[in-house]
Design a protein around this ligand. Structure first.
Ligand SMILES: Nc1nc2c(ncn2[C@@H]2O[C@H](COP(=O)(O)OP(=O)(O)OP(=O)(O)O)[C@@H](O)[C@H]2O)c(=O)[nH]1
Ligand SMILES: [Mg+2]
Length: 466
């Protein structure tokens, strides 16, 4: 789309969610925005929008003055932001209409008939990027903020929007550039070779410190993904141990049917939940039993699939019974996955031998889903295991986007290549090339270098009007 669409066009779209609402906004941006506003807006004080001061709001009506008639469409407030101080850095007009779908559509139609083109998804933000007001990580953060489902993912998005990630990337880039310019000086003035040899050690140390910075940034990546997409926690275990009761207790509602008949749950029930600020996607699965029919067989095979995809497993056991063969064979399947053994039904006389579980589980928590005992302890254990070794530093920059992570990894690869060449005293030209490649990868993150396909892919995920 970016190849066809010109920045000369004036674009417009409904920027608010469509449905019944108090107000809805039609947004117009581009060279013709003020002229279009002049055509369609009748202000109470009879002034023309093109004469309004920037960052002012005006009361009036949207009126269709075409074909000699004067049809009043809606009573509105018009907000004006003149270039370059606007979201897109272009002249921008926002028409605050009533929120009904017909009013909004009619205003938009009139704007389009008056010279604007319908904006594509994300086109306003794309213009903000192309005009240099924000970089690509910030544009992506706009989407993260809009789509945030928990407070933590909102915080991450907002920080990235403020430019925290770009700041960190640019800091690394500056350091790489300074090494590159040193190498280029050596290439340009080979006669000062002695100085170069002495400086070599100093440059090595610098590269090592840049490598540390990049690794630190990469380390924050896996946590970032979890924060954005949610940690996948799967409740499993054999039938009737109280998996569904546990889910209900964690959610504080009777979400899933609980009965004393083994094999009650016959499908995956997935819910979202917030434990100490960590977004969790939790799934209750069918109890593992000998399947009695096709439905049970399908349910159990789905349970196994979920098991495989889980970031963390809550393995529920019935503490009032001894460990069964089935328990043991299921425990074997957990393998290397982080798992918590949840010993349920501790309100009943205890028969299970805890010691036998110690070698297979990082943590063992005793609860009664029925009596709501030990649930806080279980939540703490879940949070601890997720955060273990990587306490979230709210001041630290986090990479939460797989694209950023991949480019950073590539960049680190080139840097390490450069480091080896430096140690081997390879030619400056060769070393310089590695650093150039490392810089190019960073530039893909911030969008200093980004091809049309990548931009199209990123902005097509946006909604129209943003
Ligand atoms: N005494 C006691 N009974 C419990 C506890 N938790 C669950 N139960 C009972 O155990 C039975 C099975 O509970 P569910 O939550 O349906 O167990 P499930 O593991 O989901 O079972 P399936 O869906 O069949 O795999 C029900 O009768 C529950 O009331 C508990 O902590 N203590
Ligand atoms: Mg169940």
């Amino acid at each position: 789309m970016s190849r066809i669409n010109s920045l000369d066009d004036t674009i417009a779209a409904i920027a608010t969610a469509q449905g019944i609402a108090g107000i809805g906004i039609v947004r117009i941006s581009g060279k013709g925005a003020l002229k279009i506003a002049d055509k369609i807006f009748l202000s109470k004080d009879k002034n023309k929008p093109s004469k309004f001061k920037t960052y002012t709001m005006h009361y009036g009506w949207v009126v269709n003055k075409s074909a000699g008639k004067k049809e009043i469409i809606d009573e509105v407030i018009l907000a004006l932001m003149k270039a370059p101080r606007s979201y897109t850095k272009e002249n921008t007009v926002e028409v605050n209409c009533h929120g009904g779908i017909i009013a909004l559509r009619k205003v938009l139609d009139l704007v389009l008939a008056s010279g604007a083109r319908l904006a594509e998804p994300g086109e306003f933000t794309k213009r903000a990027f192309l005009s240099g007001r924000i970089d690509l990580t910030q544009a992506e953060a706009v989407l993260d903020v809009i789509q945030a489902k928990t407070e933590n993912s909102l915080r991450l998005g907002a920080e990235q929007l403020k430019g925290r990630l770009s700041g960190k990337i640019n800091e690394i880039r500056e350091k790489l550039l300074s090494i590159l310019s040193f190498l280029e000086a050596v290439i340009d003035f080979p006669e000062e070779g002695d100085v170069e040899r002495r400086a070599n050690k100093k440059e090595l140390l610098k590269v090592v410190s840049i490598r540390r910075l990049m690794k630190e940034l990469l380390d924050s990546a896996s946590m970032g993904r979890l924060m954005r997409e949610g940690v996948s926690v799967v409740i499993c275990g054999r039938a009737n141990v109280g998996k569904s009761s546990l889910l209900n207790t964690l959610l504080n509602e009777e979400r899933v049917i609980v009965t004393s008949i083994p094999g009650t749950t016959r499908d995956i029930i997935e819910e979202t939940l917030d434990i100490k600020g960590i977004p969790i996607k939790i799934a209750d699965t069918a109890g593992i039993i000998e399947p009695r029919d096709l439905v049970e067989r399908a349910a159990i095979s789905r349970a196994h699939k979920y098991f495989d995809r889980a970031d963390l497993i809550l393995f529920v056991l019935d503490a009032s019974q001894e460990l069964s063969l089935q328990d043991k064979s299921l425990i074997k399947k957990i393998n290397a996955k982080p798992a918590i053994a949840v010993l349920n039904k501790i309100d009943l006389p205890k028969k299970i031998n805890k010691d036998k579980l110690k070698k297979d589980f990082k943590k063992i928590v005793e609860i009664s889903a029925l009596k709501h005992n030990g649930i806080r302890r279980l939540e703490n254990a879940i949070a601890d295991i997720i955060l273990s070794g990587q306490v979230i530093d709210s001041q630290g920059v986090m990479i939460s986007n797989i694209r950023h992570k991949n480019s950073l990894k590539l960049s680190l690869g080139f840097l390490e290549e450069g480091l080896i060449l430096l140690k081997d005293k390879a030619s400056e030209e060769l070393i310089a090339q590695s650093f150039k490649d490392a810089i190019n990868c960073l530039d893909e993150i911030t969008g200093k270098r980004a091809n049309d396909d990548l931009l199209d892919k990123i902005f097509s995920e946006f909604c129209i009007g943003k």
